[in-house]
Write a protein that binds this ligand. Sequence first.
Ligand SMILES: [Zn+2]
Length: 92
Amino acid sequence: MSLPDKSDRQAYKPGQTVPATGIYAVVHDLHRPEHEVVAIRGEEFPPCRICRDEVRFYVANQVPHMMHDFDLAGPGNRALKRRARAANKGTE
Ligand SMILES: [Zn+2]
């Protein structure tokens, strides 16, 4: 599971803030093959329960969150945005 361009990609460590919503490739320290997860901008990359801080996250595919999309959460959709904020509050 070694990609030739791996060193060129920005690696994120546990504890760092997710810079952009999207699909991230998760690379563990040998105990598990690379896999993908969704991370939301502003969240914190978590440590792995097995390899702890050795786990690394790489952007695989940036996908904007629906409420971060201009056409879906832009100035014309204030009411919806308020509702989204309220929903966010419940999960934090
Ligand atoms: Zn791990």
